[in-house]
Design a protein around this ligand. Structure first.
Ligand SMILES: [Zn+2]
Ligand SMILES: [Zn+2]
Length: 379
């Protein structure tokens, strides 16, 4: 089967401007600079194990997230019965954080990195996307544009993370709007393909022109499944409860289930999850200084070595999604091999001059005053 129009292309742009120190070629290292050189540092023998998929590791990641979600939901339902409102609130926050982890695994599936069997990967990805109300197949189309046109006119994500730092007030306001659910519809429009399908992104070229018809067809069918699922679940519960009410039979459990579904699933989905999605996306690409290479247009956020970094990992960067720079360099590497990829690139000096930052440093950069953007771009 031809892969044309379905591939996530490796980003092989070299660093073009002198603003960022490029990775110097160490003795014996490859010629060239920046990203182009970084890609040459690893031999095909070194890359092969890193791009090999492990069903066990992927299912362990999924199992961990589903296990945490189940524990949080069960605790939340128990706390509701006890009237322990603080615990209920903490559970809702925890559920939102773990829903984000589900979104990260949805991203793995979009890259066909979740399961080695293509159809099983897509079926599982579609299922976990559906649980969060998003279409994995549609996201695959949109996300492919992000990878293949990073910070270009056809990158649908620039609207989310471009232009930072915009000042603390701007970002805090956005995050608070997200938290109270005002922007959830925009997120769902994005995951339903609105940025790629409805926007012309200001470019004369249709961003979907080089996307394969198969991908687009699968995306359309997936969107229908997601809508049917999201409307079907609450409608079924409501109908069971209504039937039980009028026939005076047992069935009010369905109404209770509907309530818990709204409180412990839908509520965190449209509130807690929203600022996390935005903040993580901005940490990945926001407030960078040089857009000419993914070594500097994408960021690797350190989630180890300090308490702040570990907190960042727990809240914002599950499943090694902090290695976003490495992910842009090598989208074929699954999430569980990204730390090893990082270590290899680091050992070879390929990350010199790259955006590798602690969580606190990253937050300081993206929350920086707007004027700093001018200073940085002028630097
Ligand atoms: Zn990706
Ligand atoms: Zn990215």
């Amino acid at each position: 089967m031809s892969n044309a129009g379905a591939e996530f292309r490796d980003d092989a742009r070299p660093i073009a401007t002198p603003a960022t120190p490029a990775a110097p070629a160490a003795p014996g290292g490859p010629a060239g600079s920046g990203n182009a050189a970084a890609r040459k540092w690893l031999s095909s023998e070194q890359l092969a194990p890193l791009t090999t998929l492990s069903t066990g590791k992927a299912l362990a990641s999924l199992g961990l997230t589903i296990g945490l979600l189940a524990a949080l939901i069960a605790t939340g339902i128990w706390a509701w019965g006890q009237g322990a409102w603080l615990i209920v609130a903490l559970c809702i926050i925890g559920i939102g954080i773990q829903q984000h982890a589900i979104f990260i695994l949805n991203h793995e599936a979009a890259h066909q990195r979740l399961l080695p069997h293509r159809k099983l990967n897509d079926a599982l990805g579609s299922l976990i996307g559906m649980s969060g109300g998003v279409s994995m197949h549609t996201y695959r189309v949109t996300h492919r544009l992000h990878h293949n046109h990073l910070y270009g006119k056809q990158d649908p994500d620039t609207a989310i993370h471009g232009g930072y730092p915009r000042g603390r007030k701007y970002l805090v306001k956005k995050l608070l709007q997200d938290l109270i659910g005002l922007n959830a519809w925009k997120t769902y429009a994005y995951f339903f393909g609105a940025p790629a399908i409805n926007d012309d992104t200001g470019s004369a070229i249709n961003p979907l022109n080089d996307t394969s018809p198969d991908l687009r067809r699968a995306a359309r069918a997936d969107r229908v499944r997601v809508v049917v699922f999201q409307i079907g679940v609450p409608t079924t519960l409501f109908l069971i409860a209504t039937y039980a009410y009028f026939t005076r039979t047992e069935g009010l459990f369905a109404l209770k289930l509907l309530g818990f579904y709204a409180l412990f699933w839908l509520l965190p989905l449209v509130t807690v999850l929203q600022p996390i999605l935005r903040l993580r996306a901005i940490c990945e690409h926001g407030a960078v200084t040089d857009l000419s290479s993914p070594l500097t247009a994408a960021r690797c956020v350190r989630t180890w070595g300090s308490v702040g970094n570990w907190i960042g990992r727990a809240v914002l960067f599950p499943h090694h999604v902090n290695h976003h720079l490495e992910h842009h360099l090598y989208p074929a590497v699954p999430h569980y091999h990204l730390p090893k990829l990082h270590a290899l690139l680091l050992a070879k000096g390929a990350l010199q001059g790259a955006q590798v930052r602690d969580v606190v440093e990253t937050l300081r950069d993206i929350f920086a005053p707007r004027r700093q953007a001018k200073l940085l771009s002028a630097a």
